[in-house]
Structures are given as C-alpha cells and as structure tokens.
Design a protein around this ligand. Sequence first.
Ligand SMILES: [Fe+2]
Ligand SMILES: [Fe+2]
Length: 275
Amino acid sequence: MLYPELFAQLEKARWNMADDIPWEQFDADLLTDEQAETIKMNAITEWAALPATEMFLRDNRDDSDFSAFMSIWFYEEQKHALVLMEYLRRFRPELVPSEEELHAVRFEFDPAPPLETLMLHFCGEVRLTQWYRCASEWHTEPVIKHIYSTLSRDEARHGGAYLKYMKQAIDRFGNEARLAFAKIGMLMAASARSSKPLHPTNLHVNESLFPNDTVQSRLPKPEWLEDWLTNKIRFDQDWESRVVGGILRNLSSLFGQTFESVQQLNRYRKSLVNS
Ligand SMILES: [Fe+2]
Ligand SMILES: [Fe+2]
C-alpha cells in the first residue's frame, strides 16, 4: 500500500489557504484585465479534477490503495481551483466562475485502460509543473505569482506520487505496464511537434459528445489554453524541452534504460511490442 506514506508525505508539504498565501501583498496596479481573465479559465480547468476523479475511481475499482490516494489528489486539485477563485473573489469578483460554468466541465469520460490513464496524468502533472512555473514568471502581480509557484510545486509532487504507482505497476504487471507507459509517453513527449498542447484536459474523452468532449472545449473560452501558452505566458521550445526532458528522465529511471530523445523511447517501445 502506498496510500499511508503518500498521505504522510503530502500532508507535510501541505499549504494553508488562509495563512500561506500573502493576500495582503496584492497590488492592483500590477494585474491587467488580460491576466485576470486567464485566471478564471485556469480555475475552471482545475475544476475538471472532478470528472477525472470519477473516471479514476470507476476504472480502478479493483485497486483500493490507489482509490484511497485519489482522496488526496482530488482534494488538492479542487483546492487549486478554489485558490484561483478566491483570488478573483477578492480582487476581480466579476470574474469568479459561476456554478454553471464549473459544472459544465463535469461530464462522463469513456472508460480507458487504467495504466494508460495513470501515465497520461503523470505526464499531465510534469507538464503543469512547467506551465505554472512559466505562468508565475509571466504574471506581474505578487500574490498571483506566489499562487502559481505554489501550484507548480503541488503538481510536481502529484507527478512524484503517480510515479510511485507506476513503479508498483511495473513490479506487478511487467511489460504490460512498460508498454502502456512507453506508448503514452511517446504521445505526450511528441506534443512539441504537434499543433495542440497535449494535456488530459485537451484530449477527447467521450466519443458520443464529440467534438465537445474535451474539458477545454467546454470552457467559456475554449481557445484560451492555446492563446495562454502561445501569446500570454509564451511557453516556448525551451520550456517544452523541460517537459519532454522530465518525461524521458523519469521513464529512463523507471525502465532502467537511457532515453535521450523521443526516438530512443520509440525504439524501446517497438522492442517491447516485438518481445
Ligand atoms: Fe492542479
Ligand atoms: Fe496536479
């Protein structure tokens, strides 16, 4: 069971909404309308942990340890949505998402292989860690800068927790797990060369609702994420290479191999298929 040690670890690192965010340092002159609008969209995106949790619990009925860990992950992700909303409530109340806007991202995700979902979320956390670091640098207002760097560290810890479950899956399922992780790792690391940023909230997850079956498509401004990455925080090649590097490094240690490029990972994936 990993849940007890993860609980202790994550509880030690936990921050407090009232005391650990320097609300009193808010400087209205340093927040633009454009910046504030992105915070609203980001808050709704974080709220999508709700349908993701419903999917995790449904698809992991035979894994009570992992399901118990979901209580921590779900709590922390909802808190991410909440701290962004609290910022807006205090300083831009007209931008607080409505309950309807939040509820719009709660929809059924199609069942998927649990090992692939696990890897998808691991990569999602690695990516978010960097997105939020970059967002913290882009923002100029001190309180929101602080919030984004706090969230970035949480996402990094979530990635670490998922990685422990991935290690355990390799011990239990061997190549079946390696293959699932290599396959999704390829998909997520190759995102630099595709036009759309690959993150769980940007993938199609319900065939019957297509094309409105990504979390992003159900936001008040479905195009915000690409605009935020390209024109706002400017998540460029340098940042992207940190994401890809993070994924490759972790898969290298997980598999006991050295992957310096996506191509090397692909070769390894093919060798698993043929083995
Ligand atoms: Fe989050
Ligand atoms: Fe996270």
